[in-house]
Write a protein of this length. Structure first.
Length: 304
């Protein structure tokens, strides 16, 4: 696609200013070869989501859908995770009555006709990390269709304001205001620390890596290291509504996931946003890949 060509040339420009791979902090940016690696694992993740979504039938449980994602990825070489796959059905897509972290884990909730679902996975492949969210529905659901269509404005707003180097906290608040204008509730508020995004990085390759509470220990160590480093320099790897996110976007890769809710129906996308130290807005921030299911959906709606 034309978007890929532009992204690759942009990545090469960023690479000239950032030898040595993805780093965090001011004056850093990802290399072109690394962007290819992150793009590969993100596409693998979305391919998994589409393959599993095509197999969902009435009566399938969240736990079974999560296992289907896990098995599909393992068959293709995934051995490590930022977090293990999740699946949410029905009103759980809007995190209705979610109060504690354990409620995020897959349950025995069964899928029914017309019911929305979200598949969420964060594999590590060849040392590169992705974190994606895929929203779908088992049959017709006009409310869910509207939510998916309205997410397009959030993708555009986030990119525009990151390019303007507005503070992450301010961007978060503008995204929330847009949701309110659209008539929706902000459901990423229910995530730990209310995050809309977090940084992702490379992870050392191993044949097997342990997990704790559904999260890969290697990836968590990397996020903790970023948090410590950022604390010293006045920034955070978590993009939240709180004061620790009151700083401009830091160079690196961010997994961004605006999440809309409306009367028990939820929808989101999650994908990687690349931020560099370039003063050129188009090179300073761009989505890693425009060939993704939700982006293709919006293009089809525009053409219809």
């Amino acid at each position: 696609m034309a978007g890929d060509t532009k992204q690759r040339s942009t990545a090469r420009a960023a690479a000239g200013r950032a030898p040595g791979g993805p780093k965090t902090g001011a004056g850093a940016g990802p290399r072109a070869a690394d962007l290819d690696g992150f793009r590969e694992v993100q596409r693998l993740s979305y391919a998994c989501a589409e393959a599993v979504a095509a197999q969902l039938r009435p009566g399938v449980t969240e736990r079974e859908a999560a296992r289907m994602q896990r098995d599909w990825l393992r068959e293709r070489g995934v051995r490590d995770w930022f977090h293990m796959p999740f699946a949410w059905f029905g009103d759980r897509t809007a995190f209705v009555n979610f109060k504690i972290p354990l409620q995020f884990f897959p349950t025995h909730r069964k899928l029914e006709p017309g019911m929305p679902f979200i598949l969420d996975m964060a594999p590590v492949y060849k040392g590169y990390t992705a974190d994606i969210g895929y929203s779908g529905c088992l049959g017709l659901n006009p409310v869910h269709d509207r939510l998916l269509s309205d997410l397009k404005a959030h993708r555009e707003l986030i990119l525009e304001q990151v390019r303007e180097r507005r503070s992450l906290r301010d961007i978060y608040e503008d995204v929330e205001r847009l949701m309110v204008r659209q008539g929706y509730a902000n459901r990423h508020r229910a995530y730990p620390f209310g995050v809309i995004a977090h940084k992702v990085d490379r992870v050392a390759e191993r044949r097997w890596s342990p997990t704790a509470f559904g999260f890969g220990t290697q990836a968590l160590k990397g996020l903790a290291s970023d948090a410590l480093h950022g604390h010293r320099e006045g920034w955070s790897p978590l993009w939240s509504p709180y004061s620790f996110s009151d700083h401009p976007p830091q160079p690196g890769l961010w997994a961004v996931e605006p999440h809309l809710g409306f009367r028990g129906t939820g929808a989101k996308f999650e994908e990687i946003l690349v931020v560099t130290d370039s003063r050129d807005p188009a090179e300073g921030a761009f989505w890693l890949d425009d060939d993704l299911p939700h982006v293709r959906r919006w293009a089809e709606e525009k053409a219809a």
